[in-house]
Design a protein around this ligand. Structure first.
Ligand code: SAM
Length: 464
């Protein structure tokens, strides 16, 4: 690749002789030419700027001087296609995608480094109209530098390190921030294992490659969610696994194709009506086909009434977590969040557990009961169900540290639910009969042991 840099401070680019850039220049991967713009002036003062047309502070760089310089370097390079990069704070923010495109496709790059108030607009306008020239006005970020030189170095270094043969191990480029995954890179650590009382996360020293890979993926997702939510909204739907979606949901995001914000919170004592409404709406969605409507309606009226939820909310051993979805990715209006699902867990004395479920015998004293876990089917496959379940587990443990297990009963014909709970560490340990409006249903009982399968760290401290 040939790069021509034009600036009134050519000495600025001595830095390109350093490190890998210097090596690449020496090896012929890269041909760089650095030009002093003043060499194209004709007056004794070597003037490159004039007062702005229309008045105002500062000076503007003259188009006639720039035109001569750019024409000459384009002619000299003789490339079929030139990219004329013009650093400017009003340019398009520079991205990895853009520099990769340059590295893969540009044969000749000219960087025109402005100073003062910038370069007369007609320079950009003129070259946009020239065949064989593409103009790239780019910005390093939302701040103002004194000149385009720093931006030029950034553009050149980011582009050139992607050229074939530039780095020794091209594999090191693939996992980086903004690359294939579209996420920020996970944090890196090295020896010593303990430094100033800070440890390397133990998983990185475990030697278990799959666990290391999973941990890094999780860190990337959480870091991106915290620092660059814009990148999360831009992710392609097929870039995410179910487990990725669960982590992102726990951190407030249902990425495309859902494109919604989500949050989790503990239901408050005054919210019995809200809880009853969502429970009554979601229960019929989860019922097997054979259950008649009137039986479902009876169950809803008896078990999911406002009165029933008043009692749950008044019980210190009962925990209700609501999952709420915002109307759109940008909308943060408090009032318009919609309840998408909920869990209800009883962590009270084991005697409270329905005796016919035999959960106490099956699971032991410190077993909580996941009485309800429902999500609106609109959000199926969004990761929200898994996130809601793990966030509820985490809340349960935070509020009731003595709890080591949690059990549930679910209809034995509900394969989808059984698979979901198995995936989340629940293991079958019994059966029960569950009545819905006077009709018997056969349930399987399953228990998750938190000592065997810990609540994931991504689900901790999430619910408000
Ligand atoms: N008056 C200009 C404005 O407010 O947009 C700022 C001019 S700045 C002082 C001078 C030169 O620095 C620009 O022409 C451009 O080459 C460079 N520059 C400043 N900030 C930049 C940024 N964020 N990205 C790229 N180039 C920048």
């Amino acid at each position: 690749m040939r790069i021509d840099i034009i600036s009134i401070f050519p000495q600025f680019f001595d830095c390109l002789d350093v490190s890998l850039m210097g090596k690449a220049r020496g090896s012929g991967i890269l041909q760089t030419h650095i030009w002093d713009l003043r060499d194209w002036t004709q007056d004794v003062h070597r003037t490159v700027d004039r007062a702005p047309a229309g008045g105002g502070a500062g000076m503007v760089m003259k188009p006639d001087v720039w035109g001569k310089a750019i024409d000459q370097v384009i002619d000299q390079a003789g490339a079929a296609k030139t990219v004329l990069a013009i650093p400017t704070p009003s340019g398009i923010p520079l991205t990895q995608r853009q520099v990769r495109d340059l590295a893969e496709n540009a044969e000749h790059l000219v960087v025109a480094c402005g100073r003062y108030e910038g370069i007369d607009q007609r320079v950009s306008q003129y070259y946009q109209q020239q065949p064989g020239v593409a103009v790239l006005p780019f910005s390093l970020g939302d701040y103002v530098l004194n000149g385009g030189e720093v931006a030029a170095v950034a553009l050149i270094e980011a582009t050139c390190r992607l050229l074939d043969g530039f780095v020794g191990n091209p594999g090191s480029l693939v996992e980086e921030s903004y690359e294939l995954s579209g996420l920020l890179e996970y944090p890196a650590y090295t020896q010593p294992a303990t430094w100033r009382d800070l440890e390397i996360p133990p998983v990185l020293l475990s030697g278990d490659h799959q666990k290391v890979k999973d941990w890094r993926r999780q860190q990337s997702l959480m870091l991106t969610a915290a620092r660059r939510p814009d990148l999360i909204w831009d992710l392609a739907p097929d870039a995410l696994e179910k487990s990725d979606r669960e982590i992102l949901a726990a951190h407030g995001f249902l990425p495309a194709p859902y494109s919604r914000q989500v949050r989790f919170r503990r239901a408050q004592p005054g919210e019995a009506a809200t809880c009853s409404a969502i429970a009554s709406r979601l229960f019929p969605q989860a019922c097997p086909d054979y259950l008649p409507e009137d039986a479902i309606a009876r169950f809803v009226a008896e078990e999911l009434s406002e009165q029933a939820f008043k009692a749950y909310l008044a019980d210190p051993g009962t925990l209700i977590i609501l999952a709420e979805v915002a109307p759109g990715e940008k909308n943060k209006e408090e009032t318009s969040w919609e309840t998408a699902g909920y869990t209800l867990i009883n962590a009270g004395a084991p005697g409270f557990l329905p005796p016919e479920e035999n959960l106490v015998q099956a699971a032991g004293e410190n077993c909580a009961y996941l009485s309800k876990c429902y999500l609106d089917q609109r959000w199926r496959s969004s990761g929200l169900a898994g996130a809601m379940l793990e966030v509820s587990h985490a809340q349960l443990q935070a509020l009731f540290p003595h709890i080591t297990k949690i059990g549930l009963g679910t209809n034995q014909a509900n394969r989808r639910a059984l698979k979901f709970y198995r995936h989340h560490g629940y293991r079958k340990c019994g059966r029960r009969t569950f009545m819905v409006g006077g009709i018997e249903n056969q349930d399987l009982i399953a228990v998750r042991d938190f000592t065997a399968r810990q609540v994931p760290s991504w689900a901790q401290n999430v619910a408000q």
